[in-house]
Design a protein around this ligand. Structure first.
Ligand code: F6R
Length: 616
């Protein structure tokens, strides 16, 4: 939530900040703002900010002279205070000497605010962020000028705050400097000659540099055009996690598609190929990072899978593969529930934490809880060096490339594939499968990208179907076994981007209640691919048809008999039962996309949502 960007160098800062904010807008878009240090002889910090999308800010900036070579920018997803001009970031201290941008929540802000008010401070907004601006301001009074003095004030202020944050500060008394810090919220630094950058994610930096450094919890970075120094909160020199980015800027652009979501749906075959690349080493399936012994996996007695939203649905699919292939008991749980329960965790428990961003607060907290109980954590993430990946005992990267649309698509299918690879990895170590069996599964997986490309052949039929469904008052999705998580995911995709009421149900549960909702002609999407529950789902289709539903079946190519039961059929190629989710979700993603565009919705940036949920 919230995107932050910062630049100090020799180029006009505002251009770079606006470019960065455009890339980061997916993280939050209810207001945006920039602060630039202007004027040479008598520098001052000028703040321009506006409620609404970045285009509103761009409009006022077009008529504003904002010259300066150091600045910070912010795009907001509101947590404290309604989205409005006054609550937009950056926020300033009482004297207007400095400006702060922030992603996250300062949990003890109310207490700090009362203290500051008692001290005579007046506040211009309802945000928690303004409190830190005042606190830094108070600590800077009387200090010498320059980068170190500003860093001292920031460190002193941050020692007082609780919560999760990424912050960046500019100050007129140290005009070529940005001081930044983070705790449980992402912040990446960019190194280049004659300039330094910071951003909430690599996509904001990649246009300028591939030489990046992830700041770690409670580190403070001092950025100047000459370079970046990092300290801990006590001022001792420290280092972040420095690495080279290996993907290109055009991956993060639309490349002719109308929306990022449609582009990312189409990128799935290529993304799956990447996920599979080089997964066997010396006749074994290998993880990307493994700080555990093989024995830890051989002797595990239980797997918990924890995740949120779409990643949770991928986790539901994984349960079937882990239990079937690796013969290990699995529980799948929403991360925000897991962290507040008292699950039975032992050193023989493996917790698989799934997060595309690797920065989701609830998933990070669930993983931290598991580690505190000495369970082993395996991360499935799309972001190299993300907080989750760094904290885990082993990591499998999904390699989907940057996902910009808020609605997750290619991250989901690659998560399923990575999780199924993990299931084969465990099956191999635990000798739950013969080598020829797991090799056979790997071959089936290798065929998936091509088979998925065939599904796109039905895109225009799905678009036409979407036009007929778009004006329904609800859409139901039903599935059984691995079809169930896909029914839930189909419903989630549709509701988040079209705002149409959509629910997913286990097909066998319909007659225990939800069937009462069926209206004449009301659409029901049924996952009815080949497999041992196909006959059961056909019975469930008949039950809803008998009550007037219009049924859209997702079935296996060659299943002509299904046409006798369904009003519309979308076919996917035949694959192993556990691999169907990666194919059957594609028509549902397209259906959601075309319904949303038919209804004129903002597909890539749906209302009330943000891409990375770094608050609880
Ligand atoms: C929905 C969606 C969300 C995310 C969820 C977890 O399309 O994208 O439901 O899946 O917020 O995000 P990550 O995977 O980054 O932890």
């Amino acid at each position: 939530m919230c995107g932050i960007i910062g630049y100090t160098g020799t180029a006009p800062a505002v251009d770079i900040l606006m470019q960065g904010l455009a890339t980061l807008e997916y993280r939050g878009y209810d207001s945006a703002g920039v602060a630039v240090v202007t004027g040479n002889g008598n520098p001052r910090v000028r703040v321009v900010k506006r409620a609404g999308k970045l285009s509103n800010l761009r409009e006022i900036l077009d008529g504003t002279w904002l010259e300066g070579r150091t600045g910070v920018g912010h795009t907001r997803w509101a947590t404290h205070g309604e989205p409005s001009d006054r609550n937009s970031h950056p926020h300033q201290d009482s004297d207007g000497d400095l400006a702060v941008i922030h992603n996250g929540i300062f949990e003890n802000f109310a207490e700090l605010k009362s203290e500051l008010i008692a001290d005579g401070h007046e506040f211009a907004s309802d945000t928690d962020t303004e409190v830190i601006a005042h606190l830094i301001g108070r600590h800077s009074d009387g200090l010498a000028r320059g980068p170190e003095a500003l860093a001292d004030a920031v460190r002193a202020a941050l020692r007082r705050v609780e919560g999760a944050f990424a912050v960046a500060v500019v100050d007129r008394r140290s005009p070529d400097t940005i001081v930044a810090s983070r705790r449980e919220a992402p912040l990446v630094l960019g190194h280049l000659d004659g300039a330094s950058l910071l951003s909430s994610d690599v996509a904001g930096l990649i246009r300028y540099t591939r030489d990046v450094e992830a700041l770690l919890d409670d580190q403070v970075a001092i950025l100047t055009p000459q370079g970046i120094t990092i300290t801990d909160l006590d001022g001792n020199r420290s280092e972040g996690h420095r690495y080279t980015v290996d993907w290109d800027v055009d991956v993060a652009e639309k490349q002719g598609y109308e929306h990022f979501m449609l582009k990312e749906i189409h990128e799935q075959p290529a993304a799956l190929r990447e996920t599979l690349l080089g997964r066997t080493r010396d006749g074994r399936i290998a993880l990307d990072e493994q700080r555990l012994d093989d024995d830890d996996f051989c002797h595990l007695d239980k797997v918990y899978v924890v995740a949120c939203g779409t990643s949770f649905h991928a986790g539901m699919v994984a349960k079937y593969a882990l239990e079937h292939w690796a013969r290990v008991p699995v529980e799948v749980e929403i991360a925000s529930e897991f962290r507040y329960r008292d699950p039975i965790l032992t050193p023989h428990t493996v917790v698989v934490a799934i997060s595309q961003s690797g920065e989701t607060a609830d998933t990070l907290a669930a993983a931290a809880h598991a580690r505190a109980q000495r369970a082993k954590v395996v991360a499935i993430s799309n972001v190299v060096g993300s907080s989750l990946a760094r904290e885990a005992d082993a990591v499998l990267y999904t390699r989907a490339g940057p996902e910009i649309a808020v609605a997750s698509t290619k991250a989901f299918t690659t998560q399923i594939l990575a999780l199924e690879l993990l299931a084969l990895f465990l099956a191999q170590l635990r000798r739950a499968m013969f080598p020829e069996e797991w090799q056979d599964q790997l071959q089936r997986m290798a065929a998936l990208p091509e088979l998925m490309e065939q599904v796109f052949g039905q895109e225009s039929a799905i678009r036409q179907l979407a036009a007929t469904v778009a004006h329904a008052s609800y859409v139901m999705f039903v599935g059984r076994q691995v079809g169930l998580p896909i029914a839930l995911e189909g419903a989630l995709k549709l509701k988040e981007i079209s705002y149409l009421h959509a629910e997913g149900f286990p097909a066998g549960e319909m007659k225990h209640g939800p069937i009462a909702l069926i209206e004449q002609g009301g659409p029901v999407v049924a996952l009815a691919t080949a497999g041992h529950v196909r006959g059961k789902i056909v019975s469930n289709i008949q039950e809803v048809k008998a009550r007037g539903a219009t049924v859209i079946a997702i079935a296996t190519e060659g299943d002509t008999e299904i046409k006798a039961h369904a009003d519309h059929v979308i076919y996917v190629p035949e694959v192993h039962e556990l691999l169907y989710p990666m194919l059957t979700v594609v028509p549902l993603q397209l259906l959601a996309y075309f319904i949303a565009t038919e209804l004129g919705c903002d597909v890539d940036q749906p209302r009330n949502l943000a891409k990375t949920v770094t608050v609880e």
